[in-house]
Write a protein that binds this ligand. Sequence first.
Ligand SMILES: CC(C)(COP(=O)(O)OP(=O)(O)OC[C@H]1O[C@@H](n2cnc3c(N)ncnc32)[C@H](O)[C@@H]1OP(=O)(O)O)[C@@H](O)C(=O)NCCC(=O)NCCS
Length: 181
Amino acid sequence: MNARLRPHEPIAAAMQSVYTLRPMTPADLDAVAQIEASVYDFPWSRGNFADSLTAQYHAQVLTDETGTVRGYFVAMPGVEEMHLLNISVAPEVQGQGLSLLMLDALVLLSRADGALLLWLEVRPSNTHAVRIYERYGFYPIARRRDYYPSVDTHGRASREDALVMSAQVGDLLLRRGLRPA
Ligand SMILES: CC(C)(COP(=O)(O)OP(=O)(O)OC[C@H]1O[C@@H](n2cnc3c(N)ncnc32)[C@H](O)[C@@H]1OP(=O)(O)O)[C@@H](O)C(=O)NCCC(=O)NCCS
């Protein structure tokens, strides 16, 4: 079955695909940490994900028809806001619109949580992710200097700025045609 989403297709349609979202549990941590290590030069540790569960952040895994974890996101609720901390898709299933499926879930979850504002940080060098967020409806609001660990062109330890992007939850609901329950 083709899981590719059209840009404005809401999550209800996405859920007709073979993929399912459910809350992350401790039993998912090995699979999540394995994907994490395969998609980032500076990955979160397994412990970072375990801490997120302990802190009761919103953490969801995306599973395929065999129940295998193929992606995940972690978001920290705040006062009338939601901070997306991590969103990742396994390399072998990237490019099928699965990030949109997870972003839609995040928006609905934010709405259910009473969050008015969604925000995230992204490396400016991660142009693929920046473009996805922009098309989705996020806009840049700030830059945090030397936020991320990095390596310079000589392979020496360095730092990279973070681009802070934000969006109103209500705007994203409208833009994506999502209807809160
Ligand atoms: C970034 C990442 C999560 C994207 O996941 P993905 O499932 O492969 O992405 P998708 O297939 O959903 O991409 C959406 C596509 O729809 C396009 N698109 C079209 N209309 C869109 C819309 N309205 N909204 C969003 N995307 C739209 C996007 O540009 C993108 O096309 P492209 O792949 O040709 O650039 C994934 O590449 C990943 O895990 N990367 C490593 C980890 C990472 O960088 N995470 C983000 C850190 S901030």
